[in-house]
Ligand binder design. Structure first.
Ligand SMILES: C[S@@+](CC[C@H](N)C(=O)[O-])C[C@H]1O[C@@H](n2cnc3c(N)ncnc32)[C@H](O)[C@@H]1O
Length: 272
């Protein structure tokens, strides 16, 4: 759970070098997570981007999935990452150049995609909607740019599924409830299908994977952030919090820790 948590400061414009390095490291850790890799593989098979197609990756981050999509539509297709954070867009461009990938990147907003109507064959949008206070508007933009018959994959976590074990159930419930305040749209995962049908698209398939934290390492920065805020809000005493920390630390020593959040993917198309 720790390395996959939503970070609302993705929107920040004035990044320090240290902020950028921290964010890139977090995204790289997520790229390497089994749950992310498995869900991406399942989704890419279901979405089936083909040579010659035009693809956009909305909220492309460091561009890892944009590069995978560019390879799938090569040699005659094109893949464009649209990213709100210019510092991340630059990282993606540097990585594409280093990898010899034809993927391109643009500064842009998911709420106003810099792409004309009905010109895109395939859209990918992964773990972006959870950060938006107007996610329906972003899905409406995706529907706008898709050509008739075009396909889309939305992938997102649902922070209502966060699990933490072991510990006193009341203390765990109070602490995991705090995770819901971290993202603008924390229940994004369960909302994806309804957002797509609401935008006039037809659902083709749905999949999921839990993002499971290493069972020997407590994600202390996240746990401390949540624990401290739970105590501040009067939902848990300091003694309960410290007991929970001790239970988690002890479980981790025996490989008995469980921290996870479930991520969902929905594939849909625009009717011809
Ligand atoms: C958790 S990261 C996911 C990055 C990438 N999709 C991936 O799966 O590795 C969320 C990304 O969404 C971008 N983002 C947030 N709000 C956005 C917006 N309104 N328009 C475009 N991108 C946005 C962030 O800058 C960040 O790169």
């Amino acid at each position: 759970m720790g390395d996959t948590r939503p970070t609302s400061d993705f929107h920040a414009r004035n990044f320090s070098t240290a902020d950028l390095a921290r964010m890139v490291a977090a995204l790289d850790t997520q790229d390497a997570a089994q749950g992310v890799r498995r869900l991406r593989a399942w989704t890419q098979t279901a979405l089936d981007p083909r040579p010659g197609e035009r693809v956009i990756d909305v909220g492309s981050g460091t561009g890892s999935q944009t590069l995978a999509l560019a390879a799938a539509v090569a040699p005659s297709g094109e893949a464009l990452g649209v990213e709100a954070n210019p510092a991340l867009r630059e990282v993606a461009e540097q990585r594409a150049a280093a990898a010899g990938s034809p993927a391109r990147f643009l500064d842009g907003d998911a709420l106003a995609l810099p792409v004309p109507d009905a010109t895109v064959d395939v859209v990918w949008c992964e773990r972006v909607l959870q950060h938006l206070s107007e996610p329906d508007k972003a899905v409406g933009e995706i529907a706008r740019v898709l050509r008739p018959g075009g396909r889309v994959a939305l992938l997102d976590s649902d922070w209502g599924t966060a699990l933490l074990h072991p510990g006193d159930p009341e203390a765990v419930a109070a602490l995991t409830a705090g995770v819901l305040s971290v993202a603008a749209n924390p229940y994004s995962g369960r909302r994806l299908a309804g957002q797509l049908t609401g935008a006039g698209l037809v659902i083709d398939d749905q999949g999921s994977q839990a993002l499971i934290q290493d069972n020997t390492t407590v994600a202390w920065p996240l746990v401390h952030m949540l624990g401290d805020s739970t105590v501040r809000r009067g939902l848990m005493t300091e003694a309960q919090r410290d007991r929970l920390y001790a239970d988690l630390a002890e479980a981790a020593e025996h490989g008995a820790l469980h921290m996870s959040v479930t991520m969902f993917a929905v594939v849909a198309h625009r009717p011809a």
